[in-house]
Design a protein around this ligand. Structure first.
Ligand SMILES: NC(=O)c1ccc[n+]([C@@H]2O[C@H](COP(=O)([O-])OP(=O)(O)OC[C@H]3O[C@@H](n4cnc5c(N)ncnc54)[C@H](O)[C@@H]3O)[C@@H](O)[C@H]2O)c1
Length: 432
């Protein structure tokens, strides 16, 4: 039995692994790039044939990854997308989506992927889940079948390692962010740990898979609650006529006990709006209702609606027909292209249906967007004439926007990101 573990550890040491990556999305693509070096071969599997075709043509499927980076790596990749190739892999890493369906975890992607690849598993492999999920999920989905077919932790290994990707972050990247690793037993843990040491500077061992699963959720619950708190305080400060950003600036100088969070138009992306509900769902199922998580989700939603109603008030006060609105930034976060759950999309859609105004958008990273089956194209950020609009909403403050030109236009700027908070003359700026 020991030979299975020894064999895997040997291949890790020699960097000559066959690694199967299931789901080449935001998370999967990073792993593809990180593992494709030395003598490793990375087998890519994805339902989306278009993505695989792009990779075959040395083209990046994502704006934040250059095609030249892909080109350097294609010689390490197997892009046949043939699921039976799983039996050629030493390591199988699952990076499939974990959305919600009716406020409950939707594990259909992992389950359908699992059904397709499980017939091709063999002795001596390690299976690792990277998707964010509730504590107990890895074992609930994989354990029973694996335990019937193999001797777990002896001739087949199982691990969990949550992804901590922060798209657009220039300080903390894949390599310098500690990677949490866990295993079903001590052999699985050792293999999982050494495997990730190939691609990150530091790993952090979790004592069990469940602890690792829950740690990822804690991280996102913490963010969701703190964002909700600052979003609510921002509204309160409007009533108190206080500049929230100045307060954050001062409070943030305390070196302990305070972490800076900034208000915004609401929340977006995959992690913050969704992951906390994986925790509250399982906790409720086991008999305890976590009130904080639900409350923060409600406040973050309220914040978006509050902003919409404040902008409507601004329009009404202008006493002008057919207001022209320009929304800047459709992605949920600056300098990236991800529009999943984006509050900007919600704000834009609401004004699209308003008779009192017309609305355009501009996002250098999101060339088009589909709303109510209608495709809407972004204006070219290099050619924007701000004077053509009555109100400019900074929903997401991408660095590519020309803020000087924007200010010169003297149009009303509704700043939802505090981009202009410390500007001396704020006459045409409304910090919402
Ligand atoms: N995006 C992030 O920044 C981030 C950060 C941390 C954790 N996560 C977690 O990682 C997991 C993956 O997220 P993501 O953002 O990479 O998702 P994604 O939607 O970008 O990518 C998932 C990929 O899986 C493919 N896919 C779906 N079902 C499939 C199937 N049955 N077989 C093969 N391919 C299939 C899709 O085509 C897509 O390319 C999720 O659990 C998410 O919560 C994401």
């Amino acid at each position: 039995m020991k030979e299975y573990k020894r064999n895997l550890l040997n291949k890790i040491k020699k960097k000559s692994l066959n690694i199967g990556l299931i789901g080449i999305g935001y998370v999967g693509i990073k792993l593809v790039l990180a593992f494709s070096k030395n003598k490793n071969k990375v087998y890519c599997f994805d339902n989306d044939k278009e993505k695989i075709e792009l990779l075959k043509n040395n083209t990046s499927p994502y704006s934040y990854i250059k095609s030249s980076e892909i080109k350097k790596k294609t010689k390490y990749l197997n892009l046949e997308n043939k699921i039976s190739n799983i039996n050629k892999c030493d390591v199988i890493i699952v990076c499939l989506p974990t959305p919600l369906k009716k406020e409950k975890p939707d594990l259909s992607h992992i389950k359908s992927g699992w059904e397709k690849f499980k017939p091709f598993l063999k002795k001596g492999q390690i299976l690792i889940l990277e998707s964010t999920t509730y504590p107990g999920c890895t074992e609930d989905i994989f354990y029973k079948y694996l335990n019937n077919k193999f001797q777990i932790d002896k001739n087949f290994f199982l691990g969990y390692s949550p992804e901590r990707e922060n798209p657009g972050d220039k300080e903390y990247d894949f390599q310098n962010t500690p990677k949490v690793v866990s295993g079903i037993g001590k052999n699985s843990l050792e293999i999982c740990d050494l495997l990730y040491q190939l691609i990150v500077k530091k790993t952090k061992i979790a004592e069990s898979i469940r602890i690792a699963e829950a740690s990822k959720l804690f991280e996102n619950i913490y963010r969701s609650i703190n964002i909700a708190l600052i979003n609510e305080l921002k509204i309160a400060c409007e009533y108190l006529k206080l500049n929230t950003y100045s307060i954050i600036d001062i409070a943030g100088t305390k070196p302990f006990g305070y972490s800076k969070f900034f208000p915004g138009p609401g929340i977006g992306g995959h992690c913050i709006p969704i992951d906390p509900l994986y925790f509250s769902w399982i906790s409720k199922k086991k008999g305890f209702e976590v009130k904080f998580i639900q409350l923060s989700a409600q406040i973050n939603k309220f914040r978006t609606n509050w902003i919409i109603s404040e902008i409507k008030k601004i329009i009404k006060n202008q006493n002008k027909k057919n207001h022209k609105i320009l929304l800047l930034g459709m992605a949920y976060k600056k300098n990236i292209e991800d529009t999943r759950e984006s509050a900007s999309v919600k704000i834009f859609s609401r004004f699209l249906n308003e008779k009192m105004c017309s609305v355009d958008y501009c996002d250098p990273f999101v060339k088009k967007i589909t709303i109510n089956k209608k495709i809407i194209k972004s204006l070219d950020y290099k050619k924007i004439n701000y004077n053509n609009f009555d109100i400019v909403i900074i929903a997401t403050d991408h660095d590519k926007f020309d803020y000087k030109k924007m200010l010169k236009s003297k149009k009303i700027i509704v700043d939802l990101r505090g981009r202009f908070y410390n500007l001396k003359n704020k006459n045409n700026i409304i910090l919402l």
